[in-house]
Design a protein around this ligand. Structure first.
Ligand SMILES: Nc1ncnc2c1ncn2[C@@H]1O[C@H](COP(=O)(O)OP(=O)(O)OP(=O)(O)O)[C@@H](O)[C@H]1O
Length: 215
């Protein structure tokens, strides 16, 4: 089943020296259970594409469907969860509270304790549960943001460069979790420059001059 579908996405941005058409007609299908990578040089539009797929931004033209429903607004986190490049952790919440937040907000408080403990242990950040984001490294924050994204077992996971800035052991832990998330039925799209990520993916795509093709 296709869980994430995009057709004909275009998006341009106005700059002082003129308009830049970043996405020029992107089609994309990611099936439940599949891990797909998106690569492309810096500035090729990976993050801009992700912002359209999760409803954070609107395309100039084209459509997105998440779990069979046209994207009209930001979808429920359980349908489409995001690890943005900027992470977006709440600075006034501890790492454990950040990871728990999607479950709490969707009325699934009963799942919080086990899920938060297990994910933090799997990602090697369990000793940091009570620390606030500014009190830990960027790589530790990044793993907390990934744990937050998957805690609710989303049907679609968008992860923007989830292994940037991590050491080898942390990369392996992150990739294990990404693969398992897909194994549990999620459609996973990962923007990456890293070969380790391509190796655990089912297939790869590349963005060049605003268009997407097989890697
Ligand atoms: N909100 C915005 N306003 C103006 N220009 C933007 C905006 N968002 C993205 N861009 C431009 O769109 C292009 C693509 O940016 P994007 O961040 O999507 O690239 P990327 O492939 O994710 O790069 P990287 O690998 O470095 O993260 C860049 O030229 C960027 O300057």
């Amino acid at each position: 089943m296709t869980a994430l579908l995009a057709r004909g996405l275009t998006r341009g941005f106005d700059h002082p020296d003129g308009r830049v058409e970043v996405l020029r007609g992107v089609d994309l299908d990611v099936a439940a259970g599949e891990v797909v990578t998106v690569s492309g040089r810096s500035g090729s539009g990976k993050s801009a594409l992700f912002a359209l797929l999760c409803g954070f931004d609107k395309p100039d033209s084209g459509t997105v469907e998440v779990c069979g429903a046209p994207l009209a607004a930001i979808p429920a986190w359980a349908d489409c969860a995001v690890l943005p490049q900027a992470l977006g952790l709440a600075q006034e919440l501890t790492l454990a509270e950040n990871i728990a937040l999607p479950l709490v907000l969707s009325g699934r408080r009963g799942e919080v304790a086990d899920r938060v403990r297990d994910l933090m242990a799997e990602l090697g950040i369990d000793a940091l549960a009570d620390r606030y984001p500014p009190e830990v490294s960027y790589g530790q924050q990044q793993r907390a943001a990934l744990a937050r994204a998957v805690a609710i077992r989303p049907r679609v996971l968008l992860a923007d460069e989830p292994t940037a800035h991590l050491d080898h052991a942390s990369v392996q832990a992150v990739l294990g979790l990404v693969r398992r998330t897909a194994g549990e039925g999620a459609a996973v799209l990962v923007a990456t420059h890293h070969d380790e990520v391509h190796r655990i993916a089912d297939r790869g795509l590349t963005l060049t001059n605003g268009r997407i093709s097989a890697r």
